[in-house]
Design a protein around this ligand. Structure first.
Ligand SMILES: N[C@@H](CCC(=O)N[C@@H](CS)C(=O)NCC(=O)O)C(=O)O
Length: 209
């Protein structure tokens, strides 16, 4: 049973979607980041960076428990453990890792900053709203042009790159993006949304509000 430490955010849901897609048994431990539970000594012992998600796999590669933080690393680990959602051929594998890094270094941080300035900043900061709003739309443009020629982000198949990106696009209302403006992203988003495992993963630890 994999122990999953998570909260109802896109980074957390990447991992619950992957666990659902792989059919791996897991137990959810909620870490309420609004209440600061990510900073308890017990959780810091699992993730010294004090962020969700994190996992503990009692059966790591050497048979010993394996604890991991950083959602991208967790997805790569689970793909390696199960042989699912990260292609084996070298070209396809690096294509998938490339789009996973695009998510980890671009989509996640930029959409996250857009959410901060649009929803959480203590006072309106027009520069922040403009900067991260523009960058968010630019990233949607990159994905939309790419997805015009391929059903999924990498290698023509559903991979951990899609799993990582989907829960961020699911927050499109938070960053004020109308998906109809990016029809290829919308088609990709709707396709993944029809996957029962993706829907189950999105409902962890509670259904999207
Ligand atoms: N790069 C990290 C980012 C993790 C992250 O920022 N998690 C957020 C929730 S989505 C969090 O735990 N925030 C708590 C805080 O900022 O104190 C990952 O992908 O795992």
């Amino acid at each position: 049973m994999i122990e999953l430490y998570t909260w109802s955010t896109p980074n957390g849901r990447k991992v619950s979607i992957m666990l659902e897609e792989c059919g791996l048994p897991y137990r959810v431990h909620t870490i309420d980041i609004g209440k600061g539970e990510q900073f308890t000594p017990e959780f810091i012992a699992i993730n010294p960076n004090g962020r969700i998600p994190a996992i503990v796999d009692p059966q790591g590669p050497d048979g010993k428990p394996m604890q991991l933080f950083e959602s991208g690393a967790i997805l790569v680990y689970l793909a390696g453990k199960t042989g699912r959602f990260l292609p084996l051929s070298v070209r396809a594998k690096y294509e998938a890792l490339q789009w996973l890094m695009f998510q980890m270094g671009g989509v996640g941080p930029m959409f996250g900053q857009a959410h901060h300035f649009l929803r959480a900043a203590k006072e309106p900061v027009p520069y922040g709203i403009e900067r991260y709003g523009k960058e968010t739309r630019r990233l949607y443009g990159v994905m939309d042009r790419h997805l015009a020629g391929t059903p999924f982000l990498a290698a023509g198949e559903y991979t951990i790159a899609d799993i990582a990106t989907y829960p961020w696009v699911a927050r499109h209302e938070w960053h004020k993006v109308e998906l109809a403006e990016f029809p290829n992203v919308k088609r990709w988003f709707d396709t993944i949304g029809r996957r029962p495992a993706a829907a189950r993963g999105m409902a962890v630890p509670v259904p999207p509000q």
